[in-house]
Design a binder for this molecule. Structure first.
Ligand SMILES: [Zn+2]
Length: 386
C-alpha cells in the first residue's frame, strides 16, 4: 500500500502536528475551552511574486463539513495579496484546533499550483498552456495537482483520470517512445494520422533523431495541411541557443508555405521562458514548474478570543473585511465592524472578498465548477501583472 492518509483519518484530525494534540490535552485537563476566531493569511509570497491564486477551498469544505463552527471565505480562484485573510474560522477551539495542519496543507499546496499555472498563463497571453507535470508528483495527488493547474488557467491537462475529474478531454499527442518504436519521425506521425481519431490535432514531435529544422520540414511535407503543429521537447537540456532553433524552424516552415503549422514547446518551461519564447511559440506544455510549484505559505493565526481582539506579535488582531474595487482592483483590509465608503477614489464599487461561507452546518455558497473558477481567474488576470 501507498504511504498516504485516508480521508476519514484526515477528517478525524489524525494528520495533525502532535503539538496540537498536546495542547488540546492540556486544555482539557485544565478545563479550558474558549471561543476563538482565527484567520488564514499569507505574509510573504514565494520568489516575491506580487499575488497568488487562492485555491483548495472545496477540499477544506469536506474537512469542516459537520463541525459546529462558522466560516467566512473568499471564492476559490480569487487573486490575493499578502496580509489578506482568505478564510476565517469562529468556534470553540476544541472543535477545530486539531485540523490546522490539514487545512493549511490543503490551501498551501493547491494555491501554490494554481498560482504557478496562472503566472504561466499570464506570460503566454492568449496562447494555450497545457499541464504536463503529473509525472512529477505522487500519482495519488495527480488529480488534485491537475485540477488546480486547470483552475489556475491551464487550457488542458494530460492525465486521463485527472481530465475525467474536471470533465475535460485529456490533451497530448505522441511521446518519444512512439517515434523510437516505429523508428522514424515521419513514419510515426503518419501512423498517428492513420490510427487516431480525426478530432485530435496532429502534432509531430520533431526532436527525437535529427535536427529539429530538418524534421519539421519532413513532417510538414508528409502531412501537409493535416499537420497542426510540431513539438520541440526539453529545450533546457539542449546546448546552443534554443531561441535560435525556434527562429530557424519558424523560418524554414514559413518559406515553404507551412506558415499555418504551429510550434509547440514542452519540457523545462516556466513563465520566464514562456515570455522569451512567445515571439515564435504558439502553445506550451508546462510540467514541473506547475506540478511542483512552491507552496503558498498560509498560516492560521488567532485574532480574537471570547470576543476580544488578541494576536501574536506582528499580527493585526480582530475580525477583518477584505474589500476590492471592482474597477481598479485596489484592495483594502479594514476592521469587520467598520463602515466603509462603498466607492473607491476611482469611482468604482468596493466588493467584499471574504464572505460568510459556512453557518449552522450549511454552506452558504457552493463550489463552482472547475471551468467557472478558471474563467474567474482568467478575468482577474487581465488586471494583474506578473
Ligand atoms: Zn477603484
Amino acid at each position: 500500500m501507498f504511504d498516504v492518509a485516508d480521508f476519514e483519518d484526515i477528517k478525524k484530525g489524525k494528520v495533525t502536528d502532535v503539538y496540537f494534540v498536546k495542547t488540546l490535552d492540556i486544555l482539557k485537563k485544565k478545563g479550558i475551552d474558549k471561543w476563538v476566531r482565527a484567520e488564514f493569511i499569507v505574509k510573504r509570497l514565494p520568489e516575491n511574486i506580487p499575488w497568488a491564486v487562492f485555491a483548495g477551498l472545496e477540499d477544506v469544505a469536506s474537512i469542516v463539513e459537520g463541525l459546529n463552527i462558522k466560516l467566512r471565505a473568499m471564492r476559490e480562484g480569487t487573486i490575493i495579496k499578502t496580509y489578506q485573510p482568505v478564510l476565517e474560522i469562529e468556534g470553540m477551539y476544541s472543535e477545530f484546533g486539531i485540523l490546522e495542519t490539514a487545512i493549511l496543507g490543503l490551501l498551501c499546496q493547491s494555491s501554490g499550483v494554481a498560482t504557478k499555472a496562472a503566472r504561466c498563463k499570464k506570460a503566454a497571453g492568449n496562447k494555450p498552456v497545457m499541464s504536463f507535470g503529473a509525472r512529477r508528483v505522487h500519482p495519488v495527488i495527480a488529480p488534485m495537482v491537475e485540477r488546480n493547474a486547470f483552475i489556475g488557467g491551464c487550457d488542458g491537462v494530460s492525465v486521463v483520470y485527472d481530465a475525467e475529474i474536471i470533465h475535460e478531454e485529456p490533451t497530448g499527442t505522441m511521446p518519444h517512445a512512439l517515434i523510437l518504436l516505429i523508428g522514424d519521425t515521419v513514419e510515426a506521425t503518419l501512423a498517428f494520422d492513420e490510427v487516431i481519431d480525426k478530432k485530435y490535432k496532429r502534432v509531430a514531435l520533431i526532436d527525437t533523431f535529427n535536427d529539429e529544422k530538418v524534421e519539421a520540414i519532413r513532417v510538414a511535407d508528409a502531412l501537409k495541411e493535416r499537420l497542426w503543429a510540431v513539438r520541440l521537447d526539453t529545450p533546457s537540456s539542449r546546448r546552443g541557443d534554443f531561441l535560435r532553433i525556434l527562429e530557424e524552424v519558424r523560418w524554414e516552415l514559413n518559406i515553404r508555405g507551412y506558415g499555418y503549422v504551429k510550434i509547440f514547446v514542452s519540457g523545462g518551461v516556466d513563465e520566464g521562458k514562456i515570455m522569451q519564447f512567445n515571439p515564435y511559440v504558439d502553445a506550451y506544455g508546462v510540467g514541473t514548474t506547475i506540478s511542483n510549484a512552491r507552496v503558498i505559505d498560509f498560516a492560521m493565526d488567532i485574532v480574537e478570543i471570547e470576543g476580544k481582539p488578541i494576536a501574536k506579535r506582528g499580527k493585526m488582531s480582530g475580525a477583518k473585511r477584505v474589500i476590492r474595487c471592482g474597477d481598479c482592483y485596489k484592495d483594502k483590509v479594514v476592521p469587520l465592524s467598520q463602515d466603509i465608503d462603498s466607492r473607491c477614489e476611482c469611482g468604482g464599487l468596493f466588493v467584499d472578498l471574504l464572505n460568510p461561507w459556512y453557518e449552522k452546518s450549511a454552506f452558504l455558497f457552493d463550489g463552482r465548477s472547475p471551468q467557472e473558477i478558471r474563467q474567474y481567474v482568467l478575468d482577474q488576470l487581465k488586471s494583474f501583472e506578473l
